[in-house]
Structures are given as C-alpha cells and as structure tokens.
Design a protein around this ligand. Structure first.
Ligand code: XMP
Length: 528
C-alpha cells in the first residue's frame, strides 16, 4: 500500500496532515522528525511531508536526517518544514518583526511552472485565504527554489524547486480554515507522488487481526474501557479479531460518568459478544479522594492516580497469568496532545491521564501493550466502529474526557453536583438529538461535541414568587474535525432559548444558563 511519511517536528497540527491525507485514501505514518531514514523505513513511501513546529530552525527545532534530500522522494515542507528545508539547503530564515497568526490571503503565480511544479500548482486556487502561524520567514530562498505564491503581507507562501519535486508552504493546508487545503495536499499526494488509494477500514481490520493474533497468541488481553466511543470500538476490534474468551474488558464507574452510562456500556459490550466483562463500582473512592480539591490539574492527577490504584487492585484480583496483554483505546490524538507520542516536541497542553500509568509502563516495557486504535483519528474510529457493527448510538456519541464530569464541575466536586450536572447534561443532549439542524441531520449529529459545565457560582433568580439562588450552568457545543481546533456551534436563537428554559424548568438547582462562545484556540474544549 502506498504511503506518505510525515516527519513530525512537534506542531499541534501534524496529525491533521496525516488525517487529511488519509481522508484522501492514502495511508500516512507520522514519525519523529529526526528519525534516521533508511530503505526499510521508506519501503512503500511515495513522498515525505515535513511538519510545522513550535520551535525555530535557529533554536532547538529538530533536524531531519539529511538523507531525505538524497533519497529521491518528493518532499513537501509545511511552515517550519519549509523553513527547515530552506535552512538545510542553503537559504535564509529570519524572525518576522511580528508573528503572523490567523487567516492570511495568498496569491499564486503559476505562469512559469512546468513538470512536477505545474502538477502541484494545479491543486491551488489562484487566490485563497490560508491559515498561518509563524514567527520566522524565508528571507532568501535556497538555491534552485522559486517562489510561486506570496502572502498579502509580502512573504513567500509557496515555493518549489526547479528540478527536484520539492515544495514548501508557509501556511497550513491541513487546517479547515485554509481554503482548498485538501486540493493542495491532493495535488502533492496524487499529482506529484503518484499515490494510489489503498487505505480503508477493511484493510485496517485485516492487518490488525494479523498483528494481534501474531502478538497475543492465546494469551488473555485485558482492555480498560472508559465508556466512550474509543474504548468501545477498541473492545469491538479485539472481540472481532481475537477469541472472545481471551478478551477481558474492565470498566470503572467512578461516579463521574454521564447519565445511564454504565448500563449503556454493559449492554453494548454484551451485544458485541463480550464474555468477560468486569464492571467495577468505585464512586465512593473517587468522590472521597476529590473532596475539597479545586485545582484542575490536581483533580486530574488525583483521578489519574486513583485510576491506577483501583486498576492495579482489580487487575490483580482477576489473577490473569503474567503473560497477559494490556489493551487501551488510545488514539493518535491522545498520544500527540500529551507530548508523549510521535510528537516528542509537542508542548503539553493538558495531562491526559489515560496515556501512562505504572501498569501501562510495565506492560509497555515487557512489550505487552496493545493499542488497536493508536494509528487512528477520531472519525476513523467511528468508521471502524460502524464497520465492526458497533451500535450507531455509540458510534456517533460525542467524545467524553477520561476524567469525566470532574473537569466539567469547576472547583470542588460533590455527589450532589455530579447529579445536577448529569441531569442537565442529559436534557441538553436529548434536546440536541430531537432537534433538526440546517443540514436536515439532528443538531447532535451536526455538532462535534456538546456538554454542560457546572460553574462554581450561584446567581439570584425567581421561581414562582420565590427568590431562588441557583447554580449557573454553561452549555458548550462545538464543531471540529478532531478536537485540535474548534468553532462554536451557531445555534438558532430559538433552539438555545428553548433548551435553556427546559433545563431551568427541570433541574431546580440551576438558576441560570449561559452559552460558551469561545473557539479553540484560544480556549480549550473542556473548561478544565
Ligand atoms: P481540550 O479540552 O484539550 O479537549 O480542547 C480536546 C478533546 O479531548 C477531550 N479531553 C480528554 N480526553 N482524557 C481524555 O480521554 C482527558 O484527560 C481529556 N481532556 C480533554 C475533550 O473532551 C475533547 O474532546
């Protein structure tokens, strides 16, 4: 199968490049930007993309193996990737007087282009709005390169080498804010690299089955299930590719779950053929540990630590043989956002507790970790779930963070607050499922992630003739491709007003509802 290799220099959008190329039907692998390049690595590779980076070529920015310039493969440098190529090949990169960030217009002048460059430029509109985020710019192109597009601010935006199939973009074609970005990536992948489409879920499951059987043999495989789409699909993948008797599924009800979550998880996994389902009820343990704790990272740490403690205790109780494998529903995104995966240089945004634990570390050291989704993006996980026959209701479910309601109850957590939030959130979600959006789909399906947040403030109101001092609830609904960036969902006023009224009428503890109108960046999706 043809493959595009992506050298990751730590940009938060590296994985989006991979995602977009896979959406075009071509398999991508992301590897650390400084990985040595040899013929084994590039066996099926038809082209290499050099990602962006939060660093500068003059500071600690990672340096690619110089062999990429001799291996004969087409190269596409994006942002830092372009600056890296320019710097490595004898051009000059210098700081901008002011960092450029956001939407910037780009004009293309394809007149003198021929060969590969003409093929590449076929993917561009003559002028379009791109998305940029850079503090450095090219002040001198490397020898053999020519500028084919510039930004409205007067800097090189598109460059190509006159002989070799080497290209550079100062903007990010992978982000949705870039007009025609898919066309640009497509022109590189198909027009320049000549890739054939070969990436499909059928192919993924086939390969996964072979590798899981080869690795796990008849040994037990234990999967820790959170209740979200990812771990349920990971469970389905294990049940499909291995014997159901060898698959153990463990789920902890921490008391921080959505309404009816545990019952839904149980029934869906049983429907998928689970024979060894271990549901651990540990609400009291979690709520006592969180008592009086208000600081977001401390709450996350407490939950992460307790997960580990309970996990180890319960796993020990199963008395599985030493040879068992531990599976996780980790996605590409989880690894990259934690700065622990391929993107060694990515800056840590939030600690995602589900990436590492002593149990996971020990199993990883012993070579006994299975992460059946660790190459997949969220949408691909949904596609895989459908392919494996997971209930549509679960497949289309919005993402839910590992620490659960703890990061949606700002400040201190009590059982009462969990119940209030659960109730309000369930109403919000039910309303979204019952209301149609402009596309004809339900609002729930139009929105990428929606949830309620309980704020640590109360406000005055009236209920009947009586003064009420109720909690303030925030609603969040965002559109996103994968959670890396997000736009606020533009509700029809009537919808959001009616939803708010139903919440304040039904959940007596809530006195006021607000709608969060912050995009990501600068805000994150979750509030903590
Ligand atoms: P943020 O808040 O970082 O969220 O913009 C991006 C996506 O990740 C989810 N999220 C988490 N998922 N463990 C998880 O499994 C976590 O600790 C965690 N924190 C955030 C969030 O719901 C959104 O979909």
């Amino acid at each position: 199968m043809d493959q595009i290799l992506i050298l990751d220099f730590g940009s938060q959008t590296t994985q989006l490049i991979g995602r977009r190329v896979r959406d075009l039907g071509v398999y991508t692998e992301i590897i650390p930007g400084d990985t040595p390049v040899d013929s084994a690595l590039t066996k099926n590779v038809k082209g290499i993309i050099l990602s962006g980076s939060p660093e500068s070529v003059y500071d600690t920015g990672a340096v690619p193996d110089k062999k990429i310039y001799d291996c004969g493969l087409p190269l596409l440098g994006i942002c830092y990737g372009l600056q890296r190529m320019t710097h490595d090949l004898g051009g000059k990169v210098e700081p901008l007087p002011k960092k450029e960030y956001g939407r910037i217009d780009v004009k293309i002048s394809p007149d003198t282009a021929s060969g590969y460059t003409a093929e590449f430029l076929k993917g561009f509109r003559s002028s379009f709005t791109a998305w940029m985020s850079h503090g450095d710019t090219l002040t001198k192109l490397a020898p053999g390169f020519k500028e084919y597009g510039s930004s409205a601010t007067g800097y090189p935006a598109v460059v190509a080498h006159e002989k070799n199939p080497w290209f550079g973009l100062q903007f990010h074609p992978e982000v949705t804010h870039c007009e025609g970005g898919d066309g640009i990536l497509g022109a590189f992948v198909f027009g320049v690299c000549g890739c054939n489409k070969g990436w499909s879920m059928e192919h993924y499951v086939e390969e996964l089955g072979q590798s899981l059987k080869a690795r796990a043999g008849d040994n037990p495989v234990l999967l820790l299930i959170s209740g979200g789409v990812d771990s349920t699909v990971a469970g389905a993948a294990l049940l499909k590719t291995l014997k159901s008797e060898q698959v153990h599924l463990m789920y902890m009800d921490t008391g921080l779950m959505r309404k009816n979550e545990t019952a839904a998880v149980r029934s869906s996994l049983e429907k998928l053929g689970a024979k060894n389902l271990h549901i651990i009820m540990c609400e009291n343990e979690f709520l006592s540990a969180l008592k009086g704790k208000e600081e977001p990272e401390e709450k996350r740490r407490i939950i992460g630590d307790l997960f580990i403690t309970v996990q180890e205790r319960e796993v020990a109780r199963l008395k599985l043989p030493e040879s068992y494998f531990l599976a996780q529903g980790t996605l590409y995104t989880d690894l990259i956002e934690s700065g622990k995966g391929v993107g060694k240089k990515a800056h840590v945004i939030k600690s995602h507790h589900n990436v590492a634990s002593p149990l996971v570390d020990a199993k990883r050291k012993a070579g006994k970790i299975i992460e059946p989704l660790d190459r997949l993006y969220k949408d691909e996980v949904r596609e895989l779930g459908r392919y494996l026959g997971v209930d549509e209701e679960i497949v289309r479910r919005h993402p839910f963070p590992g620490p659960g309601l703890a990061v949606r109850i700002l400040g201190g957590i009590t059982r009462e607050k969990c119940d209030i939030l659960r109730e309000a959130d369930a109403i919000f979600i039910e309303e979204l499922k019952n209301r149609k959006g402009p596309s004809g789909k339900s609002l729930y399906d139009e929105i990428w992630q929606a949830f309620a947040i309980l704020l640590p403030i109360r406000s005055v109101g009236v209920a009947g003739d009586v003064r009420k001092y109720g909690w303030v609830l925030a609603l969040r609904a965002i559109i996103s491709a994968d959670g890396m960036t997000a736009d606020v969902y533009p509700f029809e006023t009537r919808d959001i007003l009616e939803i708010s009224t139903r919440i304040t009428n039904s959940v007596k503890e809530i006195g006021r509802v607000t709608y969060d109108i912050s995009s990501k960046p600068p805000a994150t999706i979750e509030w903590e």
